[in-house]
Design a protein around this ligand. Structure first.
Ligand code: SF4
Length: 163
């Protein structure tokens, strides 16, 4: 299986074009202030937990072994749906390779918010279909066409897309 990361699943949900750029190593993130702020929040949050846990093709923010929960820390809740799918993918991946069904929590430290998510058979099925679509998109010769979205202005590829 080709390596599919959680960020790729997130990009698939938010923008297929962004996914293509990212998967084809066209990286424009170096001056994106949002990404820098996100990193700082991540570093300062939950300093006592196990962070950046790598497991096969995926790497998630941290895991609490006691109650088998995978955490994903985010700067803002603006992209809730894509982030949910990123975490669903981690839960799906862990279940596929260990047989264990873990729970997920998305944490927004700046907003003092958290959201719990669970893997259901319907979501598992959806994730499998998404992975097939991601593989197709990243192999395309050219990026998918531009579909303007509210967050295009904050996207690191917006100069490329000229939106
Ligand atoms: S600027 Fe908009 S269309 Fe272009 S990659 Fe980013 S989100 Fe997608």
């Amino acid at each position: 299986m080709e390596r599919i990361t959680g960020v790729m699943v997130q990009y698939y949900i938010s923008c297929e074009r962004e996914l293509w750029f990212f998967a084809n190593q066209i990286n424009m993130n170096y001056d994106n202030e949002d990404i820098l702020i996100g990193r700082i929040i991540h570093e300062k949050s939950y300093s006592r937990e196990r962070k950046n846990v790598k497991f096969g093709d995926v790497s998630f923010d941290f895991i609490k072994d006691k109650n088998l929960t995978v955490f994903e820390i985010k700067k803002s809740s603006k992209l809730t749906e894509p982030v949910k799918y990123q975490l669903y993918y981690y839960l799906w991946y862990i279940k596929k390779f260990t047989g264990k069904k873990l729970n997920g929590v998305i944490v927004y430290p700046k907003e003092k918010k958290r959201e719990r998510i669970k893997l259901t058979p319907k979501i598992e099925d959806e994730i499998e279909k998404i992975l097939v679509k991601i593989k197709k998109i990243i192999k395309m010769e050219t990026p998918p066409s531009i579909k303007v979205k509210p967050y295009c202005k904050r996207c690191s590829y917006h100069e490329f897309c000229m939106v």
